[in-house]
Design a protein around this ligand. Structure first.
Ligand code: HSE
Length: 406
């Protein structure tokens, strides 16, 4: 029997307990061991809960119990979760987590500590929730040089964009609905400003490059500036607006990474991903594209990924598997040198001048411009990011909205 402890009895923590209870037979068959939840650490008591007797308030009980070999950290945040994880790993206990903020912030140090102590720090649930993507990169795709990872990694923002599109509703209205349904936090900043996607991108990019990636070095834009007019223009052109994580590993080994809303052509594999779903396209140099799709959040899908990590730790006691990434920092590419087409929205009165600034008078017809009420949207020619932003600066208030195309 393997004894485990669950830190944090909230949504994911209680999901971990439920998955272990409901799927004990499969888990035992796959690991050859019964997995037993010996402790649940939480500040609160849970009178009447079937696991009430396992609830403890002092982490030292868990740390000092040699019978506990795996700890599930489902607390979130980087405060106590970081300290408890470090102490557990230092004591040779493997840690499995869904905590993307902690992995993105201290993952490099925690992976090194796990390797030193011959245990494991695993975090499949931290990116894409229940989608098995991190283990896939490290095992099934271990013979690939990964050249790109492109994903929809945040359910909240994908829900908001999908609803704006189908209900023809304004961003603030849909955000409010999402908050009422529990799909968005009361303080939605981490999701809507792209920070959550950025952390997940840093984790994916670190695994793809094998090097440490600082989330703070990833250019990040959210969806709070996306308007219904942008979505309507996209729809008129057969496109979809999605918040994407885009990480590319260049021939020279440099990592180009960004998080931003993109207008996707309808043929793109991610264009059909709606509602709260997540999806990731991994591009390998031998494989080409492979698409992974599923529930990126939610109690049981996320908990299932945490428990899968537990089973891997059980099967690999005394040895570190899936090294994650090294302490060497990834060399970041200058994204302002990248070339692509962009979408621009302006007011009808400025349309000619703004469009001319990007195309010149002769070539304007290629812009695919559309007038909609008082506003005008069009596409630019292929241009460098830095030239596009310079032009937008020069045009000032003439540019009401903009977005990258893919
Ligand atoms: N807020 C996150 C999302 C939760 O919407 O995807 C899962 O990481």
């Amino acid at each position: 029997m393997i004894n485990i402890a669950v830190l944090g009895y909230g949504t994911v923590g209680s999901g971990v307990v439920e998955v272990i209870e409901r799927n004990q037979e499969q888990i035992s068959r796959n690991t050859g061991e019964e997995v037993y939840v010996k402790y649940i650490l939480d500040l609160r008591d849970f009178p009447g809960d079937p696991y009430e007797d396992r609830v403890v308030h002092d982490f030292r009980l868990i740390l000092e119990d040699a019978a506990v070999s795996v700890v599930c950290e489902t607390m979130g945040g980087v405060g106590p979760a970081y300290q408890f994880t470090k102490q557990a790993l230092a004591a040779g206990k493997s840690v499995c987590t869904s905590n993307k903020e902690l992995v993105a912030t201290h993952g490099t140090e925690l992976l090194a500590l796990a390797a030193k102590k011959r245990c494991n720090y695993m975090f499949e649930a931290s990116v894409g929730g229940g989608i098995p993507i991190l283990r896939t990169i490290q095992t099934s795709l271990s013979a690939e040089r990964i050249v790109a990872v492109t994903g929809i990694l945040n359910g909240t923002t994908n829900y908001i964009l999908s609803r704006m599109e189908t209900e023809k509703a304004d961003y603030h209205e849909v955000l409010k609905q999402a908050q009422e349904l529990g799909y968005a936090e009361r303080n939605p900043e981490a999701d809507v400003e792209g920070h959550d996607t950025c952390r997940k991108t840093a984790i994916l990019a670190a695994l793809a490059t094998g090097k440490a990636v600082e989330a703070g070095e990833i250019h990040t834009e959210g969806i709070s500036g996306v308007t219904l007019a942008d979505l309507e223009f996209a729809a008129a052109k057969g496109r979809k607006v999605r918040l994407l994580a885009v990480a590319k590993i260049q021939e020279d080994g440099k990592l180009s990474a960004m998080v931003a809303p993109f207008m996707l052509s309808r043929e793109h594999a991610l264009a059909a991903v709606g509602d709260v779903f997540n999806a990731v396209v991994i591009t390998g140099n031998m494989l080409g594209d492979a698409l992974f799709y599923g529930r990126g959040a939610g109690k049981l899908p996320t908990a299932s990924a945490v428990v899968a990590d537990v089973t891997d730790c059980v099967r690999n006691q005394g040895r570190t598997v899936m090294g994650g990434w090294s302490e060497e920092k990834a060399d970041m590419a200058d994204i302002t040198e990248e070339e692509r087409r962009f979408y621009v929205r302006t007011n009808a009165a400025s349309a000619e001048a703004v469009e001319n600034a990007f195309w010149g008078k002769e070539d304007r017809a290629a812009s695919e411009g559309i007038l909609s009420g008082e506003e005008y949207g069009f596409f630019t020619p292929v241009m460098k990011e830095k030239d596009f932003y310079e032009k937008c600066r020069e045009l000032g208030d003439g540019v009401l909205g903009k977005m990258r195309l893919m």
